[in-house]
Write a protein that binds this ligand. Structure first.
Ligand code: ADP
Ligand code: TRP
Length: 336
């Protein structure tokens, strides 16, 4: 479905990428970029600013996200891979879009409303802790999308509303200034059958501290996997694979035939959790060993990551400038 289309997606550098991110976001993005006519993939560091208050952390996580994509084989000749803040046209377009976006639209943002509701539930002012970066987050995100004439934005369900807002904002500008100025994008909702569980069985997430970093060192990886919480069934007892974090993770890394074997051994009994964890460790470790080497090599040489990101930004700026010029001409009567 991505052939002949321009697709775009951004990844916020808000932590060390984990196995849930790998299966739910990073792998599908790499696959999508292989299929698309043109793809833009970027590290959304400006979007991290509303929450991360330490520039060193933003830099560290940006490099980690970038190195993860590179180590896992993203084709950066094909995809335009860059860091959001390296394309200064984003600042211009954001200011232009602010003026065609109604406050009412922002009031409806789920992300902002959720925090507001939580504040009220805790007897705090509804605006407590909400900065304008968070409140206007959908406008910056619309600028990301509209800057590159994006047709399709593959995102998880939680981001669908933001893409719809980008459609609204593009429609509003086109309505006032002329139909052909901005391409109106569409969301493509990525279906992950179910969230990857973390070590405690809840959804793997940075916020729960139950995650396994994609490139955890071998020893740490083993230790983490051995810590996965299980029930007290004995090896010979039948177990439900769909309720088991071990099998849920295993099926994403093992070839189908091998995943089917573990599934059967769970259903029929005969496989203990300890042995299943060992199988899981070996499967993840062998799948990720090569990219892991590359990942640490890149992190040790951040200038190599910089080179890739900066040459991506150079390519991104060609289209970005054309868009901003079009908008500026329409709104100010001249190119700024
Ligand atoms: P976290 O919950 O760790 O903060 P993010 O919200 O930053 O993760 O998610 C970044 C991307 O990774 C999103 O596209 C999200 O859908 C995906 N993702 C995060 N956790 C999981 C998970 N446990 N299973 C599948 N996909 C996930
Ligand atoms: N908001 C997205 C997230 O939290 C990240 C993002 C920023 C993005 N700009 C984007 C995603 C543009 C798609 C398109 O995950």
């Amino acid at each position: 479905m991505f052939e002949e289309k321009t697709v775009l997606t951004g990844i916020k550098p808000t932590g060390t990428p984990h196995l849930g991110n790998l299966v739910g976001a990073i792998k599908p993005v790499i696959e999508m970029s292989n299929q698309a006519e043109k793809s833009y993939i970027f590290i959304a560091d400006l979007h991290a600013l509303n929450a991360v208050r330490d520039s060193k952390l933003i830099e560290k996580w940006s490099y980690e996200v970038a190195a993860t994509f590179l180590a896992l084989g993203l084709d950066t000749e094909k995809a335009v891979f860059f860091r959001q803040s390296d394309v200064p046209e984003i600042y211009k377009l954001t200011v232009f879009l602010l003026n065609v976006t109604s406050k009412g639209l922002m009031n409806r943002s789920h992300a902002y409303k959720a925090i507001s509701a939580e504040n009220e539930a805790n007897d705090k002012s509804p605006d407590f802790g909400i900065n304008m970066g968070l409140y206007t987050y959908p406008i910056l995100m619309a600028a990301d999308i509209l800057l590159y004439n994006t047709d399709l934005v593959p995102v998880g369900q939680d981001q669908k509303q933001h893409v719809e807002m980008a459609r609204d904002i593009a429609g509003s500008l086109n309505n006032i200034y002329g139909d052909e100025i901005l391409v109106v994008p569409e969301p493509v909702i990525q279906k992950v059958a179910s969230a990857i569980p973390g070590l405690d069985g809840r959804k793997m997430s940075k916020s729960y501290g139950n995650y396994v970093p994609i490139f955890a060192e071998q020893k740490k990886l083993k230790k983490s996997i051995m810590k996965i919480v299980t029930d007290s069934k004995r090896p010979e007892d039948p177990k439900d694979p769909d309720e088991s974090t071990i099998y849920q993770l295993y099926q994403h890394f093992a070839p189908k035939a091998e995943a089917d074997v573990m599934r059967e051994q769970f259903v029929n009994g005969g496989l203990g959790y300890g042995d299943a964890k060992k199988m899981l460790f070996e499967m993840i470790d062998s799948t990720l060993a090569k990219p892991r080497e590359k990942y640490y090599e890149l992190l040790a040489n951040p200038e190599q990551i910089e080179d890739v990101l900066l040459s991506g930004a150079k390519r991104a700026r060609i289209v970005a400038k054309e868009t901003v010029d079009r908008v500026s001409k329409a709104m100010l009567g001249r190119v700024v």
